[in-house]
Design a protein around this ligand. Structure first.
Ligand SMILES: Cc1cc2nc3c(=O)[nH]c(=O)nc-3n(C[C@H](O)[C@H](O)[C@H](O)COP(=O)(O)OP(=O)(O)OC[C@H]3O[C@@H](n4cnc5c(N)ncnc54)[C@H](O)[C@@H]3O)c2cc1C
Ligand SMILES: *[C@@H]1O[C@H](CO)[C@@H](O)[C@H](O)[C@H]1NC(C)=O
Ligand SMILES: *[C@@H]1O[C@H](CO)[C@@H](O)[C@H](O)[C@H]1NC(C)=O
Ligand SMILES: *[C@@H]1O[C@H](CO)[C@@H](O)[C@H](O)[C@H]1NC(C)=O
Length: 602
C-alpha cells in the first residue's frame, strides 16, 4: 500500500472513531479484564458467531457463571466500515491460514495455495466477513433433519433466526420471516448504485422474481441485507457481547489461547480447559459443560489435541486416544469466481479511487450513509439454478453483484484477501485501473467435493494441515462454468447495454491455450483463480450415533464424551445454500436453549 493510502485510511478510521463516539452507536465500552476464577459453570472457547450467542444466552440466568475465552483482541474502529471489509483480512484479525498445494484448485494464486481466512478476536470471523445476511433455504434444514437430526428442520430453526434478529429498518423484506427484537441489527446499505435495478431486471428476464431470500423461497434476486447498525458493522460481539458487559456472571478473557480441553480418560467427562494468557499457562474447571466454539478449523484442531479424533492420526503424533471419531473430515466450503470484471463507459460503479472524495467520506462519518456502507462492495444477490441443477426450488449457484471489480482495487486489499499474484494483476487488471467496472461473483452453493483438517503434530501452536480438496469433483467445476455463463449473459443483457458492459478481454494466465470464453476456458479459469468465500464448515459433523462420520449428536454433544458440546459452523452436516454467519448464530441460539433445558433452567 502506498503512503497516501495509509494516510487516508488513518484519517478515515480516526475520524470514524470520533464520530462513532459522537453518534454513540455502541454505548457499552470495552471489555474489562476479569479476575479469573478457578471454576465456572460453563467455559466457552471462542467468541465468534457461535460462542458470542451462547455466552449471552447462558448468562441470562444470573445463577450461572460463564467464562468466555478468546484467542484474539477486542475489535477496533477499523473493522467497522462495511465497504473496506476485505481490508480486515490483512490485519491481525485473520488467523491467516493457507491450504496445502492441490492439483485441483488455486493453481494461479500466490504459492499455488488457497487463502482460508478465519477471524480472530471478539466477534470471530464476523469481524472480517462481508456482512451479507442470508440464511440458506428450507431444503437445507429439512435435509439436516432427514440425516437423523430431529428438531433441526426448517420449521424448527426459523424461530431462532427470528429471535436473533432486529430488522426494524428493513423495507424490502417479507415481514413474516423477520424479527425486530433481537440483538443482531440487520439493514440495507445506505447507498444503491444504478447497477442494482438493472441486475434485478436482468434476473426477471431469466425468470427470477425480486424476492426476500430469507422468505418463502430463496430462489430469486434481491438487494442485499447486511449485519449493520446505522451503516457500521454489527459483528457477533457488537450484537451479543457489548450490550451485556455489565452482567457480573460473565467473564470475557481476550488474548487467551486455549490449548487443550481437559477430559478425564476414565469417566470421559470434560472437566475444564487449559489456556495461555500473558505467556502463562492457566487451568479452569467447568462444573457443567465446556462449549467449544472455535470455528471449523480450530474446533477440530482442539478436539484432536485433546484426544478426540481419528485413532490413526492421534496415534501417529502420540496423543492418547480418548474417543475415536472422524474429527476434521467433511470439510465443506463455498468457492467463488470473484475475478470477473465487466468494463463500463460510465462511472456508475464504486472503487477505491471513486470513494476517496470528501463527500462520500463525510456522508459516512456524519450520517452512516453513502458508498462506504456497501458491505464488502456487494450490492445485490441472485440465487439461481443452472441447467445442471436437479433439485427443484433449490439454488445451486449464487450470483453476487459487486459495485466494483478487481481492476479498481487500488489499495490492494482485495487482491491480498484472494491471493491474486502481482503478475496476474498487472497483466489482467492493471490496464483497466482507470476504467469503471462491476463484477458478478459466481458462488458454488452445493459443492460435492469434501476436504479435511488434519493434525500435523501435538504442538497446539502449530497449524493443522488444511486439505480442502476444492473442485476435486469435476461436477463442481461444471456447475461453476454454467454459473459463469449466466453471469456473463446478465452482463450482456439489454439492461447493461446502456453502459456498454464488456467482459475483461484479457485471458487469465495459464488458460491462454484454450479458446477464450469457451467452457474449456472457464473450467481452466475456475481451477486457476476461484477462491473461497470463507464459509468453511462441517468438520465436526452433527449426526446420530448410527452415523459413523458424525462427531456430535443432534444436541451438539460430542459422541461418547460428557460435558462437551461444539457450537459453531463445524457441526453443519452439509453447508447451506447461503452465507453462514446468521446460520451459525441460529445454531448458537438453539444450542443455548438445549443447554438451558438440560440443566433445568426455563
Ligand atoms: C472473508 C470472509 C467473508 C465472509 N463473508 C460472509 C458474509 O458476507 N456473510 C456471512 O453470512 N458469512 C460470511 N463469512 C462467513 C462467516 O463469517 C463465518 O462462517 C462465521 O463467522 C463463523 O462462525 P464460527 O462461530 O463458526 O467461527 P468464528 O466466528 O471464526 O469464531 C471462532 C472464534 O474462536 C476463536 N478461537 C479459535 N481457536 C481458539 C483457541 N484455541 N483459543 C481461544 N479462542 C480461539 C477465534 O479467534 C474466533 O474468534 C465470511 C467469512 C470470511 C472469512
Ligand atoms: C424435539 O422437540 C420436542 C418439543 O420441543 C421435544 O419434546 C423432543 O424431546 C425433542 N426431540 C429431541 C430428539 O431432541
Ligand atoms: C432495533 O433496532 C432499532 C433501529 O436500529 C432500534 O431503534 C431498536 O431499539 C432496536 N430494538 C431492540 C430490541 O434492540
Ligand atoms: C456507452 O455505450 C452505450 C452503448 O454503446 C451508448 O449508448 C452510451 O451513449 C455510451 N455512454 C457514454 C457516456 O458514452
Amino acid at each position: 500500500m502506498c503512503l497516501r493510502t495509509l494516510l487516508w485510511l488513518a484519517v478515515l478510521t480516526s475520524a470514524s472513531a470520533q464520530v462513532t463516539n459522537l453518534r454513540s452507536i455502541f454505548r457499552d465500552g470495552t471489555i474489562p479484564d476479569p479476575a479469573l476464577q478457578p471454576e465456572y459453570d460453563f467455559v466457552v472457547v471462542g467468541a465468534g458467531s457461535g460462542g458470542s450467542v451462547v455466552a449471552n444466552r447462558l448468562t441470562e440466568n444470573p445463577r450461572w457463571s460463564v467464562l468466555l475465552l478468546e484467542a484474539g483482541n477486542d475489535e477496533i474502529f477499523l473493522t467497522d466500515v462495511p465497504l473496506i471489509a476485505s481490508l480486515q483480512s490483512i490485519t491481525g484479525y485473520n488467523w491467516g491460514y493457507k491450504s496445502v498445494r492441490m492439483k485441483t484448485a488455486c493453481l494461479g494464486l500466490v504459492e499455488g495455495r488457497c487463502n482460508m481466512p478465519r477471524g480472530k478476536g471478539l466477534g470471530g470471523t464476523s469481524i472480517i466477513n462481508f456482512l451479507l445476511y442470508t440464511r440458506g433455504t428450507k431444503k437445507d434444514f429439512d435435509e439436516w433433519e432427514k440425516l437423523g437430526n430431529p428438531n433441526w428442520s426448517y420449521d424448527d430453526v426459523l424461530p431462532y433466526f427470528i429471535k436473533s434478529e432486529n430488522c426494524t429498518k428493513c423495507n424490502e423484506i417479507d415481514e413474516r420471516y423477520h424479527g425486530k427484537n433481537g440483538y443482531l441489527n440487520v439493514e440495507h446499505p445506505g447507498y444503491e448504485s444504478p447497477l442494482v435495478k438493472q441486475f434485478i431486471k436482468a434476473g426477471e428476464d431469466l425468470g427470477y422474481k425480486n424476492v426476500d431470500p430469507s422468505g418463502r423461497t430463496a430462489l430469486g434476486f434481491s438487494k442485499v441485507l447486511a449485519t449493520m447498525r446505522d451503516g457500521t458493522r454489527c459483528s457477533a460481539s457488537k450484537a451479543f457481547l457489548k450490550p451485556i458487559t455489565s452482567r457480573p456472571n460473565l467473564h470475557v478473557s481476550i488474548r487467551s489461547r486455549v490449548t487443550k480441553i481437559l477430559i478425564d480418560p476414565n469417566t470421559k467427562q470434560a472437566v475444564g480447559v487449559e489456556f495461555y494468557k500473558n505467556r502463562r499457562k492457566h487451568v479452569v474447571r467447568a462444573t457443567k459443560e465446556v462449549v467449544l466454539a472455535a470455528g471449523a478449523i480450530n474446533s477440530p484442531h482442539l478436539l484432536m489435541l485433546s484426544g478426540v479424533g481419528p485413532e490413526d492420526v492421534l496415534t501417529k503424533v502420540r496423543i492418547p486416544v480418548i474417543q475415536n471419531l472422524k474429527v476434521g473430515y467433511n470439510l465443506q466450503d463455498h468457492m467463488a469466481m470473484s475475478t470477473l470484471a465487466f468494463l463500463l463507459n460510465e462511472s456508475v460503479t464504486v472503487s477505491d479511487r471513486s470513494v476517496q472524495n470528501p463527500v462520500d467520506i463525510f456522508n459516512y462519518l456524519l450520517n452512516g450513509r453513502g458508498p462506504y456502507t456497501i458491505p464488502g462492495g456487494a450490492e445485490a444477490l441472485g440465487f439461481v439454478q443452472t441447467k445442471l441443477s436437479k433439485v427443484e426450488d433449490y439454488p445451486d449457484v449464487e450470483l453476487v453483484l459487486g459495485a466494483g471489480a478487481l481492476n479498481g482495487d487500488v489499495f490492494g486489499s482485495l487482491r491480498s484477501l484472494l491471493g491474486i499474484p502481482q503478475g496476474l494483476f498487472d497483466r489482467v487488471y492493471r490496464p483497466f485501473m482507470q476504467v469503471p467496472a462491476f463484477s458478478i461473483a459466481v458462488v458454488l452453493m452445493r459443492p460435492k467435493s469434501r476436504g479435511r483438517v488434519v493434525l500435523k503434530d501435538g504442538n497446539p501452536f502449530h497449524w493443522p494441515v488444511l486439505v480442502p480438496n476444492y473442485f476435486e469433483k469435476e461436477e463442481d467445476v461444471k456447475v461453476m462454468v454454467e454459473g459463469i455463463k449466466m453471469a456473463i449473459s446478465i452482463s450482456q443483457s439489454e439492461h447493461f447495454k446502456k453502459y456498454n458492459a464488456t467482459p475483461n478481454p484479457i485471458p487469465f494466465p495459464g488458460c491462454e491455450n484454450t479458446p477464450f470464453n469457451s467452457d474449456k476456458y472457464w473450467s481452466c479459469a475456475v481451477r486457476q483463480v476461484a477462491t473461497t468465500l470463507g464459509h468453511q464448515v462441517g468438520t465436526c459433523k452433527m449426526g446420530p450415533n448410527t452415523d459413523p462420520d458424525s462427531v456430535v449428536d443432534p444436541e451438539l454433544k460430542v459422541h461418547g464424551i460428557r460435558g462437551l458440546r461444539v457450537v459453531d459452523g463445524s457441526v453443519m452436516p452439509n453447508v447451506v445454500a447461503g452465507h453462514t454467519n446468521a446460520v451459525i448464530m441460529m445454531i448458537g441460539e438453539k444450542a443455548s436453549d438445549m443447554i438451558k433445558k438440560e440443566w433445568g433452567c426455563k
